[in-house]
Each structure stands twice: as C-alpha cells, then as structure tokens.
Design a protein around this ligand. Structure first.
Ligand code: GMT
Length: 376
C-alpha cells in the first residue's frame, strides 16, 4: 500500500506513534509518505520505503497568519496525485482530517481517510466550543476512526453523541528493540548525575500546563527529604519558567537537573529509578509505557487512558490528580523496599513488552487500511 501519513512534527507521542508506525509499515513493504510542516522529530533514520513531503509555508502581507490547513490540503493532493496514494492516515482530527477531507474534494481519484484520535482533539473541543462543528465534520467524513485508548474512545462518544461508526481502539505501542531494561553503559552515565548513588526520578514532557510539572517538583521535594535523590527533567515548553521558580523556591537547584529537549529518551529512561507522570489529562501516556519497557516503575495520575497503561500495584502506582502526598508516598514505597522495587521493575518490562508490542499495532492498522481500501 501507499500511505499518506499526516502528523505533527513536534515532540509528542502522536508524532512518535506516526513515525514508528511508518518505519514498521516500511519494513512490511508498504510505502509511507509523511506530510507535515517539518520533518517529524523521530524521522531521522533513512529507509528506502519512507518519504517526507514538507508543506511549504507562504507569507503574504494580507495573511495575518499563514493558512496552514489549506496549504496542507494542497500538499496532500499533490502527493496523492503524483505518487498514487491508496489512503490518508491523519493523526488528529483538527486540523489534519479537515485538511485531508478538503484534499479529497480536489483529488483526481478520492482516496479513503483514516483518522486516529490522540486525545487533544477531544479536550480541545472541551476548551474551545469553536472547534466542535469542525471535529464533528472530521469524525463524520473519516472512513475509519481509531483511538489510542478505551478511555479516549468512550470520552469521544460522550462528547460527540452517537457517531455513525464505532471507534476502533488501537493502543499505542513500543518497539521492544528500542526500549530495553537498564544496561551497564547507562549505569556509568547515571553515576554522573547521581555520584553518591542517589535515586533518580525522571519526568519527560512538553511542559504544557496539563502535564503538571510543578507537581513533579513537589513530589520530588517530599521524596528527597527521605531518600537521597536527583530529579531529571526532560523537555521544554510553556510551563518551564514556573517550574524553574518552584525549584528555586524549594531550594532544590542542585538536585533538579534540566536536560532540555532530548531525542533518545530511552537512554535517559534507562538511568531512572522511577518515572513521574502526574498529568491532569492523558489519553494514553506513551512515555509511561516507554519507561516501563525500560524497567522503570511509573507513578502517575489516575486519569484518561493511564489506568490502561500503568497497572496500579504491579507496574507502578496511580493516585488522584494533584495528590502530591499520595504520589510521593508511592515513590517512597518503591524506593525503600528493594524486593518490591525489583518485582515492579520486572513486571513493568514484561507488561510493556508483551501487552503493547509494535507488531500487534501495525497489523491492526494494516487491517484498517485494507478494509477502507476494499470499501468495507
Ligand atoms: O500530551 C501532549 O501534550 C502531546 C500529545 C501528542 O500530540 O503527542 O499527546 C497525546 O497523544 C499521545 C500519543 O497518542 C498520548 O500518549 C498522550 O497521552 C496524549 N496527550 C494527552 O492526552 C494530553
């Protein structure tokens, strides 16, 4: 098949899912054409079956803002007509499915559209009523809709009422070859950040408000009073200044390390003892799955799709959003009991690798593609 993959290029799970899916489809002999405003951040390795088409920006004095949705639609048509795409797979209803729908109206031969919901589609509508009709349109005109968790599929059904078609859940996945339990090499690197054998807590995100990174710092503050620890913060985003202020306010400058945006998060995860994800909302929480695959138990909030990803009391602990005390106690339960820690770490690796393998997800997407092409 020739697949047009439309996704955001920036740091975030949806781009990772689109890119890893693309590589896996390429391995299975399909041709994958990424269409985006910039090269997706994980699309670095050359593969003869993977192509990247950049949506060209235009700047014209009468445009206050460049009309990206229209330019993307135009690019999708160009690629579809030129290479003969069989279908479009849009990651996110807004704006990608809307652009794809518009593109279909301009194509010589309209092709099917598969939309994958990653979460923010639905929460965006919760926050901005202006997007509701557009999201309804995107859901109506998609030939198939998939969601990354049961929770997101249910939330979408509640937010949009009865949909003409059911939403198929295809959980996110990891490539077990990329995310491996801690190795010797990483132990050396860990000595650099934690020279006295301190425990290492980690958080990785795009530092949006929804990630509650200030909570991460406060959880760490309670933990490090009991167990000597360091906190590695990976990523950057709008909350950075607030997070830095919190670190200074708590006098933790020497114990909290900001690593900025990083590409090979598996290397950092392998140094971690516990991963923190206290988000206010998370349709799946891909990074929690990546952490577990590396043998790192996760302490996260009981929200959205996270209970489908983190097994409370087995691969980590879940607590209510904002329950800083509860989350710090959960971290301490892990760090102060070696036997418990070892069991959780092993269970996390097994659960992540056996329940979310990339092969299963790729086959599910492949059969969705085949069925839309057949028209069934
Ligand atoms: O969470 C973000 O800010 C990034 C966003 C994205 O576009 O990657 O993440 C969403 O999609 C991921 C991949 O399916 C999920 O793992 C994240 O849980 C989801 N984020 C939210 O629901 C807030």
């Amino acid at each position: 098949m020739k697949i047009g993959m439309v996704c955001y290029p920036s740091y975030g799970g949806s781009g990772v899912v689109a890119t890893e899916l693309g590589y896996a489809l390429g391995e299975r002999g399909h041709e994958v054409h990424f269409i985006s405003s910039a090269r997706p951040f994980r699309l670095r390795r050359f593969h003869e079956k993977l192509f990247y088409h950049e949506v060209t920006d235009v700047s014209y004095p009468v445009f206050k803002y460049p009309p990206y949705t229209l330019l993307l639609a135009n690019k999708i048509v160009e690629v579809a007509n030129y290479v003969g795409l069989d279908l479009i797979h849009a990651h996110y209803a807004i704006p990608h499915s809307i652009s794809a729908y518009l593109a279909k109206q301009m194509m010589m031969k309209p092709i099917p559209l598969v939309t994958t919901l990653h979460g923010t589609d639905v929460t965006l509508v919760g926050a901005f009523e202006e997007f509701k009709l557009l999201t309804c349109l995107a859901l109506r005109v998609s030939d198939r809709i998939t969601a990354v968790s049961d929770a997101l599929a249910k939330e979408t059904a509640v937010a949009f009422g009865s949909l003409e078609q059911s939403i198929e859940v295809i959980p996110n996945f990891i490539d077990p070859k990329m995310y491996l339990p801690k190795g010797e090499l990483m132990s050396k690197c860990k000595d650099h950040f934690a020279p006295l054998g301190e425990k290492v807590l980690t958080h990785i995100s795009n530092f949006r408000e929804v990630k509650r990174v200030v909570d991460v710092v406060n959880i760490f503050a309670l933990v490090e009073k009991v167990v000597p620890s360091r906190l590695l913060l990976v990523g950057d985003g709008p909350e950075m200044a607030r997070v830095e202020r919190e670190v200074v306010k708590l006098g933790l400058e020497k114990k909290v390390l900001f690593l900025g945006k990083q590409e090979n998060v598996q290397d950092i995860l392998q140094m971690a003892d516990v991963f923190l994800l206290p988000s206010a909302q998370e349709s799946f929480g891909l990074v929690a799955l990546e952490a577990m695959a590396c043998g790192v138990p996760v302490v996260a909030s009981r929200v959205g799709g996270l209970p489908e990803v983190v097994r409370h009391g087995e691969t980590g602990y879940l607590a209510d959003v904002g329950d800083i005390q509860g989350m710090s106690e959960a971290v301490l339960k892990l760090l102060t009991d070696q036997l418990r820690y070892k069991a959780f770490s092993e269970q996390a690796t097994t659960w992540a690798r056996e329940s979310f393998p990339i092969e299963r997800a790729v086959k599910s997407y492949e059969s969705v593609y085949e069925s839309v092409i057949r028209g069934s």
